[in-house]
Ligand binder design. Sequence first.
Ligand SMILES: Cc1ncc(COP(=O)(O)OP(=O)(O)O)c(N)n1
Ligand SMILES: Cc1ncsc1CCOP(=O)(O)O
Ligand SMILES: [Mg+2]
Length: 279
Amino acid sequence: MKKLDFSLYVITAENYHPGKTMEEVMREALYGGADIVQLRHKTAKESELLEKARLLRGLTREFGVPFIVNDYPQLAIEADADGVHVGQEDHGLREARELLGPDRIVGVSTHSLDQAMAAEDGGADYIGVGPVYPTGTKPGRPAVTLNYVRQAARHVRIPWVAIGGIHLGNAQEVLDAGATRLCAVSAIVGSEDPAAVCRSLKAMISSSVSGAGEAEIMLNGGRHRTGSMTLQQLVEEKGLTGRRIVAEADGTIVPREEWSGLRLRSGMTVELVHFVGGG
Ligand SMILES: Cc1ncc(COP(=O)(O)OP(=O)(O)O)c(N)n1
Ligand SMILES: Cc1ncsc1CCOP(=O)(O)O
Ligand SMILES: [Mg+2]
């Protein structure tokens, strides 16, 4: 399975749910709409990890969602996972790709736009963008802030997911900064009701991201409901294809080659200025 169509990424963290098993909690998250799952356990022995990976492999198959193993490409293969997630360690992406081949998913953590571009060029299937906020799940890792989320929204062309310190109270501002996929760990697996948190996050994502329905944007100073998913589609919708146009999104001019990668979302301000005549 290499199809990557997800909006809510959930990662295991057993320390956040003492008294409940990993299977129980992840099953609840899947009921709530988690649409990709990662096994992350920084201290387990490989034999223990493999057992957990096999369990999650079975569970994610029941729900038809991709299953990713953190850090261990070889173990991902042994557990028949859909892919692996690697960090910024030297050669991590290249080695993972060599081991997993073209058909499995390789995800990469990034903390800056330069790293994102390198991961894209290196053949990553998706990237993590974060930690957006400081988080106890990854202590000591500086927050990249919403600035990097905004940059990712403008420039990253492969699927990317915002991660780090995201919960129901701040998810909307991450979406408003341009994220269309969220990953939350403690907010979901540490909650009394993981399914309910997942449902709420999914609802926030789908009402914010055009494509799940319609987006309401400000277009040339007026409210405009649109089914267009990207700036390119909006230009087409307005019958401006092939015209000399300057497009601006949220106050910044967007080069033409980025129009098809720029996702529209509710609340966005768009200006489409077209030049009339030959001058
Ligand atoms: C989806 C996703 N994004 C980022 C990470 C973090 O990976 P990494 O930087 O390698 O840190 P560890 O998780 O290995 O501690 C991730 N696991 N998943
Ligand atoms: C693994 C990882 N990588 C960047 S932030 C993070 C942890 C995210 O966890 P939480 O959602 O609990 O902040
Ligand atoms: Mg790692």
